[in-house]
Design a protein around this ligand. Structure first.
Ligand code: ZN
Ligand code: ZN
Length: 219
């Protein structure tokens, strides 16, 4: 983690065209921290208050230095987020680590278009949240709705969700976003419909969101 933070700090310095070794905090004319170190501490501790505690300088001193960084001053996001954005990385609050943007699910509910928890954490969250009861519920719903005696067990439901990464296979909306938007789980769709002799084999099943599912049948 520390090595990663160091190399990311250097990348950000390059991106901002800062001389990584030049000092940026000079209380009473005494140089103490370089730009690279300052960025390193922002990535590591997140808030200026925490940095000031860790380094034993006043919050004012740290804030003064941070404000001199050539990044957007009006943005609402934290400094850590804004610095990481420059190099297409993000901070995951759950596993407390910095990962590439692509390791975060898409989300239509954030300014960055990316969810605030990484894919791995989202996945783990669902693994816990989707306990047996949830899967029994989905399996029962499918059973009630089906015209034939098609039977999808909760184990199979679970397998499809995990295999498809809790995302719609067509538009990649996440299960979480789908629940927020439609108030229901993603659908388990028969690729070849049961009415056309499609089976309940896992290879004939996929996760679809409500709109992708509807547009499939409106064709
Ligand atoms: Zn994470
Ligand atoms: Zn979809």
């Amino acid at each position: 983690m520390l090595n990663q933070l160091e190399s990311l700090s250097e990348l950000i310095c390059d991106k901002l065209e800062l001389d990584k070794d030049s000092k940026c905090i000079k209380p009473q004319g005494k140089s103490i921290i370089s730009y690279k170190e300052l960025i390193f501490y922002i990535l590591k501790y997140g808030s200026t208050l925490e940095i000031s505690k860790q380094l034993n300088y006043s919050k004012h001193t740290i804030e003064y230095a941070v404000r001199k960084l050539p990044i957007n001053k009006d943005a609402h996001a934290s400094y850590r987020l804004r610095l990481l954005e420059l190099i297409n990385f993000k901070y995951c609050n759950t596993c407390i680590s910095i990962k590439e943007n692509i390791e975060f699910p898409n989300s239509s509910y954030t300014i960055t278009g990316k969810a605030s928890n990484c894919k791995e954490c989202t996945h783990n969250h669902y693994k816990q949240y989707y306990n047996d009861n949830k899967f029994i519920f989905i399996a029962n719903t499918i059973r009630r709705r089906s015209l034939t005696n098609s039977y999808i067990s909760k184990e199979l439901v679970k397998e499809v969700f995990v295999r498809d990464n809790f995302e719609c296979k067509k538009c990649f909306i996440s299960e979480l976003d789908h629940e927020i938007q439609f108030g229901t789980s993603l659908h388990i769709d028969h690729i070849i419909p049961v009415s056309k002799q499609g089976t309940n084999d896992i290879n004939n099943l996929q996760l679809l969101c409500r709109s992708c599912n509807l547009s499939k049948y409106n064709k």
